[in-house]
Design a protein around this ligand. Structure first.
Ligand code: KIV
Length: 263
């Protein structure tokens, strides 16, 4: 099946229309999202929302490959990006080995890795070996332990200048797109204005070239905490709990299964 989006279309969207990106972790949901979004991201956030862990750091390469396969199967016409998990791209050699493993074992179109300008060498190594790379700058969830929490970036001039430098270096290294997370809106807007490739924001305001959200947040399924930037488009957790409560009550009282649901 041909893909709705390609890297060329993603690059050409800049200045034309905002890109819509959403995470997906399985075939069921990927299929539901396929029609409406441009890009599905198999984010390592699945380690929190899907696997119940406190942060993304314990996500493994095999776990990402498993979920990426499910997403590609469920949404064969979607452009799919797979996160490289923590600790899998510390050197050029390791990054290429692991990104190659993702490409060989799934049908994803690109990988995403977190990091500032210091990761440009790794991005260049991957792109020069045929691996399409999406960067991820600003608040980096994989750095939550070393930074002691989730810290918004771009609050002062030094931080704003670093973000600009990060985006420029990743672009020069061949990244086709950059996710910018948890950054003051005016700074993210400036980055998007100064960089030629699409800058997709999450918690980075409306002046960027597209938006990405974690689906379990925007559908109101993840109840542990809700970041300020998340708009809940559905009260998913409440709806599901109500439905399951009703099912349990009907089983307990003998209402289900009635004649209608019996052979
Ligand atoms: O893992 C993820 O879901 C992400 C998004 C927060 C962009 O990287």
């Amino acid at each position: 099946m041909t893909k709705k989006m390609t890297i060329t279309k993603i690059l050409n969207s800049k200045g034309e229309r905002p890109l819509v990106m959403l995470t997906a972790y399985d075939a069921l949901f990927a299929k539901l999202f396929e029609q409406s979004v441009d890009i599905l991201l198999v984010g390592d956030s699945l380690n929190m929302s899907f696997a119940g862990q406190e942060d993304t750091l314990s996500a493994t390469l095999n776990q990402m490959i498993y979920h990426a396969n499910a997403v590609c199967k469920g949404a064969p016409s979607s452009f799919v990006i797979c996160d490289m998990p923590f600790g899998t791209y510390n050197s050029k050699k390791q990054a290429l080995q692991n990104a190659t493993k993702i490409f060989q074992n799934t049908k994803v179109d690109a990988v995403k890795l977190e990091g500032d300008a210091s990761k440009a060498g790794i991005v260049k190594h991957l792109t020069s070996h045929g691996i399409a790379v999406c960067g991820h700058i600003g608040l980096l969830p994989q750095s939550v332990r070393s930074e002691g929490g989730y810290k918004v970036k771009g609050k002062d001039e030094k931080s704003a200048l670093s973000l600009m430098e990060d985006a420029r270096e990743l672009q020069n290294a061949g990244a086709f797109c950059i996710v910018i997370e948890g950054v003051k809106a005016d700074v993210a807007t400036k980055v998007a204005q100064d960089i030629d490739i699409p800058i997709v924001g999450i918690g980075a305001g409306c002046g960027v070239d597209g938006q990405v959200l974690v689906y379990s947040d925007m559908l109101g399924l993840f109840e542990e905490f809700t970041p300020k930037f998340v708009k809940k488009y559905l009260n998913g957790a409440e709806l599901i709990k109500d439905a399951v409560r009703q099912y349990a009550e009907e089983v307990a009282s003998g209402i289900f299964p009635s004649q209608e649901y019996s052979y």
